[in-house]
Design a protein around this ligand. Structure first.
Ligand code: FES
Length: 179
């Protein structure tokens, strides 16, 4: 399936003095030692919610190692994210039970509706889409979760209704914040 991904979030991370201070603290806490790279990346992701390219370049210089080496390590572990996560994270289970019950068409439907593929964030920053393997509630297959809410026995038909609910909530919240 091909999905146009031109709606992907394009926000650029700003490496300002406050961010540099936070990064320096994490590096010093890890003795500026490249052997602590995984721990450093974990702490950076906890702090910034993802690993922007500018941060990778910055720590490469500070640790005196190549960006290539950092990306090599970071891409090996699925917990590291390189794109800013959306306000809501949608995870579709692609484990065996869910796959048998049609999770691929669920994922395809979400991709079409959100105009992103798994691993991307919508341009409005509202949703990120991820595929995961077994959420531990196979009896509800196919399953997707949005943030902490579990949606069992999902169908492509229920996708629109669910997204609409989240979009409505978001519009209401931003309306309230403007008042
Ligand atoms: S396979 Fe999907 S919840 Fe277990």
């Amino acid at each position: 399936m091909t999905v146009e991904s031109n709606e992907t979030s394009t926000q650029i991370f700003k490496l300002n003095s406050s961010a540099i201070k936070k990064i320096a603290k994490i590096l010093v806490h890890n003795d500026l030692d490249p052997r602590n790279l995984i721990q450093i990346l974990q702490e950076l992701q906890d702090e910034f919610h993802y690993l922007p390219e500018v941060i990778i370049s910055y720590i490469a210089k500070e640790l005196k190692i190549s960006e290539h080496r950092i990306f090599g390590v970071a891409t090996f572990y699925s917990q590291f994210k390189f794109i800013e996560p959306g306000e809501h994270i949608i995870r579709v289970c692609m484990g065996t039970a869910c796959h048998v019950m049609g999770s691929q068409s669920l994922l395809d439907k979400l991709s079409r509706e959100l105009k992103i593929i798994s691993g991307e964030t919508t341009k409005d920053g509202l949703f990120s889409l991820e595929s995961v393997y077994c959420l531990g509630c196979c009896a509800l297959a196919p399953v997707m979760i949005i943030d902490d809410a579990v949606f069992g026995n999902m169908t492509a038909a229920k996708v629109n209704r669910t997204l609409k609910k989240y979009r409505k909530q978001n519009a209401e919240n931003s309306g309230r914040n403007k008042k």
